[in-house]
Design a protein around this ligand. Sequence first.
Ligand SMILES: [Zn+2]
Ligand SMILES: [Zn+2]
Length: 298
Amino acid sequence: MLRTHSVLLMVRAPQHRPPSPLSLPAHPGCCLSGWLTAAAVAHALRAEGNFVFLFVGSERAILFDTGPIPYEPFKEAIAELVPNAASLDLIVAHTHSHGDHIKGDPLWEAEAAGERDSPFRSVVIVGHSPQEVADFYSLDFAPDGSCEDATTTFHLGGGRELQLFWIRGHEDSHIAVYDEVTDVLVTGDVLYPGRLYVRDTPQFAATCQRMAAFVQHLPPARRDALRVLGCHIEMSSDGGEYETGTVYQPDEAKYEMTAQDVLDLASATSGAGSGGQTSGLAEGFDPNRRFMVVPPRL
Ligand SMILES: [Zn+2]
Ligand SMILES: [Zn+2]
């Protein structure tokens, strides 16, 4: 039986090396037995190889990201992973609104509209625009960027809470998700072992400072335990780079990142954009070869 205190990480297509569930450290209160089988994630037969995330509470479950294509077995596998689905509302949400993170949404549209029976008590799909994201979570937002420091709490029931905050600069609707129970910070496409594409340099630099402040304010035990999880892997274990479009990555870099990686990204981007979109942002790997910052192409 799935515990309410769980985070499930669904991995990618078979041609990517599927990280073993044991590649993430064991964690009290975290059930990792729900990794989907390769067959169930054939939806991710795309070079992007997205990771998606499912958090389950006693009242509702929330799925962050639906992958690059609609693929029915993926949806079925989610329901199978949540045996008490009939007593839960499913929120179909997104880290952000790039195509490889939202294109599976149609899988749930008929159920969300009440046109088809659902294994879940109800299904709600969160909209893609920053305003729709803000409205759904009651997260303050202003188009002029004056609410970038806003945070909010999303309640999953049973005392389970997620903290959400804006991490824009890669894409306008991007949020971070922190789960204290499993010591997971989902950083989407803002931080992962690979190419970090910056679209708005000042905003991205501010996001990186905000993420650094967040981890620095965690209690030391929580900060030490923190697992920073992004949506892709584009690097090999020897610090090399898998080119865009690679669909076979047999020797991927370690997936999970740490609080130190968050601080390193803040250092790498500190002050960037103060003199224009490309100012202060050099393309290249960080000194530890854990990520590569890619400035906007103007
Ligand atoms: Zn993206
Ligand atoms: Zn992506």
